[in-house]
Design a protein around this ligand. Structure first.
Ligand SMILES: [Fe+2]
Length: 321
């Protein structure tokens, strides 16, 4: 039986200067601090009852793991079975307020953890007087660079039950990117053709499109426009409003809102042509080159970082600055 993944639930990042990261995530973006321990910071959005962003100070920036909430403790045993079946490295781990996590390295090198139990904190959703920054609500998705999009997509669909909502194809029918979900909106995870395994970005949901504009204004007010990489805009893919930022270590965070419902079991995935100018930004704005080339390295199962491979498909789409 396949483990039942509910949704993306957490991301863990290595950062070089925790105070600089705190100034960005808490000071500018308004994330709520759940706990701080020496060299560690645990953050959540206003809708979340448990932490979803873990920052750990380290000499080199990177991604500790991408984490998924599963439906029960038994699903963690199913993850262990799956790892055995596919010959994947796996172990049980504990984290702060996560008494049992199962960590695997997927067949493409990404560090992935699964958990069920978490520590719930005070409900803040309607404590509007305490909102700071643009009002970051909850983690929405991660997007990874993979050298082999089709193969990575097949594994996540077959082994973990992710469902395809949108994909980008060229005229020869080669797959350049794909968006898959578990929770019922456009994605919990996306695959982008590129040097990998690396994290492309992770994203948090904002209350509405005006909050995306507000985030840009806050960064401008704080003289931090160098943190803005792309947007604000509306994606063609997903229809969501977006703003891409780079944190002090270069990790890319997207502020995201207003995509659509995907719960119908017979939902038909949307196909986008690679060179459709409306694909990345519906209004046709060009995308900076850094967005296609730069990402965060990911931690190897035994420590250190996973060496990357060049992508199978070479070249950049049109509409690049
Ligand atoms: Fe995204």
């Amino acid at each position: 039986m396949r483990p039942e993944v509910v949704r993306i639930g957490q991301i863990g990042l290595y950062v070089r200067d925790l105070e600089a990261s705190r100034a960005f995530y808490e000071g500018l973006l308004g994330f709520v601090v759940v706990a701080e321990r020496p060299g560690e910071l645990y953050l959540r959005g206003y809708e979340e009852r448990a932490w979803s962003l873990f920052l750990k100070e380290a000499p080199e920036p990177g991604v500790m793991w991408i984490g998924y909430k599963v439906a029960s403790e038994a699903d963690l045993d199913r993850v262990l079975d799956l790892a055995r079946e596919h010959g994947l490295p796996a172990r049980e781990e504990e984290a702060f307020e996560r008494p049992r996590m199962v960590r695997i390295q997927d067949p493409f090198g990404y560090p992935v953890v699964f958990y069920f139990r978490d520590q719930k904190h005070e409900r803040l959703l309607q404590a509007y007087h305490r909102y700071r920054g643009p009002g970051v609500l909850r983690i929405d998705h991660a997007n990874v660079f993979t050298p082999r999009v089709a193969e990575t997509l097949a594994f996540y669909r077959e082994a973990l039950g992710f469902r395809l909502t949108e994909y980008t194809e060229d005229d020869e029918g080669r797959l350049w990117a794909a968006w898959v979900h578990r929770k019922g909106n456009v994605h919990d995870l996306a695959f982008t053709n590129g040097e990998g395994p690396r994290l492309h970005h992770f994203a948090y949901w904002l209350p509405d499109p005006m909050s995306v504009i507000r985030a840009a204004d806050i960064l401008a007010g704080a003289m931090a426009t160098d943190r803005i990489e792309r947007g604000p805009g509306r994606h063609g893919i997903s229809n969501a409003m977006f703003l891409y930022l780079r944190d002090p270590d270069g990790h890319r965070i997207e502020l995201y809102t207003s995509d659509y419902l995907t719960v119908d079991p017979d939902l038909e995935p949307v196909r986008w042509s690679l060179n459709d100018p409306r694909r990345q930004t519906l209004w046709g704005h060009r995308t900076p080159k850094s967005w296609f080339l730069e990402g965060s390295q990911v931690e190897a199962f035994g420590g250190g970082f996973v060496p990357t491979e060049p992508p199978e498909l070479e070249g950049l789409p049109e509409h690049v600055i």
